[in-house]
Ligand binder design. Structure first.
Ligand SMILES: [Zn+2]
Length: 239
């Protein structure tokens, strides 16, 4: 497949039977998709467990025991034996973007040094390097289910429920206007449960009371929560 796309990125002669003429046929791979570890594998990167786990930015993990941990800021209560390692202090809206990833992968693989592999998060030569129309990293899909549904959606809900613990924000600095009271959640949940019989099936699985059942929510329910329910239901509860 890679050979074929490498050839098709330059174009091959093909016959247009309607116009009765030869033309140059090209084809590109638009997106390579999979879950996070599979995509990392296909890109030739170490992926979610490496010191540099992200294919878009150079966010560096902090080693804690056996594995890496990826805070934006080093927590103040980190054990002393890990403190001397790299300290993290990132601006979430301005992360250090990776540039020229394709060239970097080629050079790192050529140099073939363990510390270089570790310090770049690269693990090997992706077969897609041979296909010039594949962009690193933009041609590789984002694992929406794990990232957004199991990640961001759950975290936001914990934040709005006042259950989220912050590394660097003490209780008095948390903006309380973003926390909805228990009564508020009970009302939001009741509204969802009441809607079960009247929500058209085109919206998918009928909604469950999020204040009671969020722990058991399936990916499709998180999806529906983000897509359909959260904004109208939280309107006037959040600033
Ligand atoms: Zn990143």
């Amino acid at each position: 497949m890679v050979d074929e796309f490498a050839r098709l990125s330059n174009g091959v002669q093909a016959w247009d039977g309607w116009k009765r003429e030869w033309f140059k046929l090209t084809a590109s791979i638009l997106q390579v998709n999979g879950d996070q570890p599979a995509i990392a594998n296909m890109m030739g990167m170490k992926g979610p467990r490496g010191k540099y786990p992200c294919r878009y930015c150079n966010l560096c993990g902090i080693r804690l025991g056996m594995g890496y941990y990826y805070p934006l800021k080093t927590p103040s209560d980190i054990p002393n034996k890990f403190r001397r390692q790299t300290t993290a202090n990132y601006d979430a809206l301005n992360l250090p973007r990776r540039t020229n990833l394709r060239n970097l992968i080629t050079s790192v693989v050529q140099a073939s040094k363990n510390d270089l592999f570790r310090e770049t998060g690269i693990s090997g030569l992706s077969p897609f390097i041979e296909v010039s129309t594949v962009h690193f990293p933009n041609s590789f899909g984002i694992d929406i289910m794990h990232l957004v549904l199991e990640g961001v959606a759950k975290h936001l809900l914990q934040l709005w429920m006042g259950q989220m613990a912050f590394d660097d924000i003490s209780e008095e600095h948390v903006d309380q206007s973003y926390i909805i009271s228990l009564n508020g959640w009970a009302e939001i949940g009741r509204t969802m449960a009441r809607g079960r019989k009247t929500i058209p099936s085109v919206f998918g699985r009928s909604p469950r009371d999020i204040s009671k059942h969020s722990a058991g929510f399936k990916a499709v329910e998180w999806w529906a929560w983000i897509e359909f329910y959260s904004i109208p239901l939280m309107y006037q509860y959040l600033p």
